[in-house]
Design a protein around this ligand. Structure first.
Ligand code: ZN
Length: 872
């Protein structure tokens, strides 16, 4: 489902990214299989003022073997009446609240074959995104309320009593009784409407294809729809009235992507329409959901506002559109049998989104950008508390926690590695087979490998199993290299890259690796285990392991090998430049290489390097700077960091140049942020001057200049500037802009302004949907202050957080902490508030703090010595 908001170039944001839970194998909670559904006829009437609804459903079921009872899922629903067609006596209804089921017990066994179960019931309309929920917003004439549903992973049962498991597919007829004038939305188009007394309309949607319950969708509100026919499909962007101008970018993207996917999957999109729906407002943790034919997005993930949206926003929106549309096949047409294989949906959709985005926007270099998110997930996968991609999921709570970066980002990287190994054409042929053979059905991961295996020129099953069934990051080590007769002979082996004492167990992978000398064609090989293996590759000169960076692995070079690369660094491809940079900083932090190897490399990066490479360098220097927080030697580090970055900023300048790439604009923003952070006086002064100009004439600033300018001013703000930003937040014309500005108030360096920002959270001034993100913003520079505040005000704060994500909030504040005392606070908070089986986020956060503290204590002195040596 749910694509999360990760600006692709922002490593700092990834540090705050929600963490995941490792399932401990217990007893799987599933429905009995004696009775299964074929078709649902659902009618419901919402009372959106009272936040309740009434429903009725007729379910055509098949009784597979004689049984006295029918068990299905229901949560927070009251069943008012129940009957089975042909049975004189009504069944007895009972509920199990723990496992969210309702049981209908008959006084005799039911005959096998077809039956129809009829239920009348009522339930709740929620105010955060689960089940049927309301989103309120300010319309031109006052507050307006719109209705939507969000069912993944297991909340269809809050809307209709049903078999709410991904492996149980059925068809759906949905009818809704609504006030006239609202636009009704579901998976399928409206088939008919009838006027009924009281100014109401009853809307009947066309029958859905056979699908999982979590994909069912309903929405209604005062909407507009921009649309276009594409390959016989009516593609629409649905927005709240007045927002149609912001939908153009999304409509163009969707119209281009649909034929691309029809071709890639070898199977045309099977529904008559596809809506991309912008819900007004935002969620604290989720962005979009791939309901079949009716994709829901919180508006910032779909709409582009010319005044506010930056180049980075456009890239992000495109990618989320591509992600959710890929799910229309991978997830909706073919669905995982159970949540164990959730990664198959999410890893594949994330990979496919990059592939499609890259196809239409090659200048964005999304694969190059994706190396940064791979780098972040590898760091997490190397620490205590990680888990295999395929993980045992027993129940709903565990399924919820499976939506993490291992599932999405490692999943994406593993698919990428396998495509790299198999080849693009064979991989696609395998995916087409898989779609054709499993359409409208359910699968487990091995069925995908089997289909790709039929097309692949090389075996893949063992490789795929090693990468998906065991946790952790493989490392390929260069042991020696020798050039002879125009060929290079390498000795390599494979170990386990792990950075916590508890996660260093020896692990073996069968790992496809491409090896190349600079400028020569790569040699593909399989590296496995600690015994040295010989690889011969064409050419002499610097050797690149993981050439092209398609593999999921760390590369470790000999000191001589790395020095040879550094000497020719400018001649490497941008992928390999970035791969070497990421590997070297990680191995330096882990103590596997001297920090001087990494720091020497920072001197070898030319100002003409790709903007994505340079943005990554900026991010790495900022991470090191974070570790220096409070140390006197930070001053010397900042002097060096400014010396590295200033020539880059001189090249890109303050103002956009005609014809420059989007990635240059993104680099500019990151340089302004970093140089300001590192105390570059000219940048800080110029930002102040420009802020004055902005206040006088905001329309003269482009969206991206505006964002980085306000961001810079907020960090170094004095009281009058901060007050000005607060005024702007209060007066903001949209929720999105209000949220952006309130978050900026939390980014001030000053301790005094930080206290004022935190006080705002519980002041009632920012709306509760916005207030918690001020704390998150504070946590980037003041993690301890943010954590103390959240703990002290937990009672108030927890009411503002969404139920499903609330427990992740507190450990998420400690991403930039290096303070070991913070660990005790997290433990104490978890003991008081978090059930024992839901503390995995806390385990991960603690492992991260411990590691950051270790890097600060052990590696920064190395950096200090290197810096001192540079001065001579
Ligand atoms: Zn998804």
């Amino acid at each position: 489902m749910k694509e999360f908001s990760i600006p692709r170039l922002s490593i700092a944001v990834l540090l705050l990214f929600a963490l995941a839970t490792n399932a401990t194998a217990g007893k799987r909670v599933v429905l009995p299989d004696a009775v299964t559904p074929e078709h649902y006829r659902i009618e419901f009437t919402p009372d959106s003022e009272a936040l309740t609804f009434k429903g009725s459903v007729e379910i055509d079921v098949t009784v597979r073997r004689a049984t006295n009872s029918i068990v299905l899922n229901a949560a927070d629903l009251v069943i008012d009446s129940a009957s089975l067609a042909g049975e004189a006596k009504a069944p007895v209804v009972s509920y199990d609240k723990n496992i969210e089921t309702a049981t209908f017990t008959f006084d005799h066994p039911l005959t096998t074959g077809a039956h129809t179960l009829k239920l009348a019931y009522h339930g709740t309309i929620y105010q955060s995104a689960s089940g049927l929920f309301a989103l309120d917003y300010q319309g031109p004439k006052g507050r307006l309320r719109s209705l939507f549903t969000q069912f993944e992973n297991s909340d269809a049962r809050r809307f209709v009593p049903c078999w709410d498991e991904p492996g149980i597919k059925a068809t759906f007829d949905l009818s809704a009784t609504l006030p006239a004038g609202l636009m009704p939305l579901s998976n399928m188009p409206v088939a008919s409407t009838e006027k009924i007394p009281g100014g109401l309309t009853r809307v009947h949607f066309a029958r859905s294809p056979k699908m999982s319950s979590y994909l069912l969708f309903f929405g209604a509100g005062d909407f507009e729809r921009a649309h276009r026919m594409v390959d016989g499909v009516d593609v629409g962007i649905v927005v709240k009235r007045g927002d149609t101008a912001n939908a153009a970018f999304a409509l163009d993207a969707a119209a281009a992507l649909l034929p691309y996917y029809n071709e890639y999957f070898g199977m045309p999109y099977p529904l008559p329409k596809l809506d991309l729906i912008a819900g007004p407002g935002s969620s604290q943790f989720f962005g979009a959901m791939e309901n079949w034919g009716a994709i829901f997005y919180f508006e910032q993930f779909l709409l582009i506002d010319a005044r506010l949206s930056t180049q980075s926003d456009r890239q992000g929106v495109y990618n989320v559109i591509a992600h959710e549309m890929a799910h229309q096949w991978f997830g909706d047409l073919v669905t995982m049998a159970w949540w164990d294989d959730l990664w198959l949906n999410e890893g594949f959709a994330s990979w496919m989104a990059n592939k499609a985005t890259d196809h239409f926007n090659p200048e964005w270099k999304v694969w190059l950008q994706s190396l940064s998110s791979k780098q972040a997930v590898m760091q997490r996968d190397a620490r205590d508390g990680t888990h295999p991609i395929i993980t045992t999921i027993d129940d709903v709570a565990q399924a919820t926690s499976a939506f993490d970066d291992i599932t999405y980002t490692k999943g994406e990287a593993v698919i990428r590695a396998l495509e790299f190994h198999v080849g693009e054409a064979a991989f696609r042929a395998g995916v087409r087979r898989y779609m054709r053979d499993h359409q409208y059905g359910n699968t487990v991961t091995d069925e995908l490998w089997a289909e790709i295996g039929k097309e692949s020129p090389v075996p893949i099953m063992q490789i795929a199993h090693d990468l998906t069934r065991q946790a952790g990051v493989p490392m390929v080590n260069m042991l020696s290299s020798r050039c002879d007769g125009g060929k290079t002979t390498l000795s390599v082996n494979q170990t386990h890259y792990a950075i916590d004492a508890g996660s260093t167990a020896a692990r073996v992978w069968h790992l496809p690796v491409k090896v190349a000398t600079l400028g020569s064609a790569p040699t593909a090989t399989i590296v496995s285990g600690a015994a040295p293996a010989q690889v011969v590759t064409a050419g002499c000169g610097p050797v690149i392991l993981n050439a092209g960076q398609g593999g999921y692995l760390r590369s470790k070079y000999t000191h001589e090998g790395l020095a040879a690369i550094a000497a020719r660094y400018a001649d490497l491809s941008p992928d390999d430049q970035l791969g070497v940079l990421n590997d070297t900083v990680s191995l330096g932090n882990a103590g596997e290489l001297p920090m001087s190897d990494y720091l020497d490399l920072t001197k070898s990066i030319p100002a003409t390097a790709d903007p994505v490479v340079l943005s990554t360098l900026v991010g790495q220097l900022r991470q090191l700077d974070q570790l220096y927080r409070g140390l006197p030697s930070q001053t010397a580090f900042r002097v060096y960091a400014r010396r590295v970055l200033k020539p880059l900023f001189t090249r890109v300048g303050w103002d956009a140049r005609t014809g420059e790439s989007d990635n240059t604009a993104i680099l500019r923003a990151s340089l302004i942020a970093a140089l300001g952070e590192f105390g570059e006086r000219d940048v800080i002064a110029e930002a102040r001057t420009r802020f004055e100009r902005y206040l006088a004439k905001p329309a003269s600033f482009s969206a991206s200049t505006r964002r980085s300018l306000l961001g810079r001013v907020a960090v170094q703000a004095d009281q009058p500037e901060w007050d000005k930003l607060r005024q702007m937040a209060k007066a903001a014309p949209s929720e999105l802009e209000r949220k952006e500005l309130y978050e900026l108030l939390g980014s001030a360096e000053s301790d005094d302004l930080t206290r004022q920002a935190l006080a705002l959270v519980i002041s009632g001034e920012p709306p509760p949907t916005v207030a918690p993100s001020i704390i998150r913003s504070v946590s980037a520079r003041h993690p301890e202050a943010a954590l103390d505040f959240a703990i002290a005000h937990w009672e108030k704060l927890s009411k503002m957080l969404e139920a499903s994500s609330g427990l992740r909030f507190v450990p998420g504040l400690t991403g930039n902490s290096t303070n070991l005392k913070t660990i005790d606070k997290l433990n104490a908070f978890a003991a008081a508030h978090v059930p024992e089986n839901a503390r995995q986020d806390y385990v991960l956060a603690i492992a991260r703090i411990r590691y950051s503290a270790k890097v600060r204590a052990m590696r920064l002195p190395e950096v200090d010595r290197w810096l001192a040596a540079q001065a001579h």
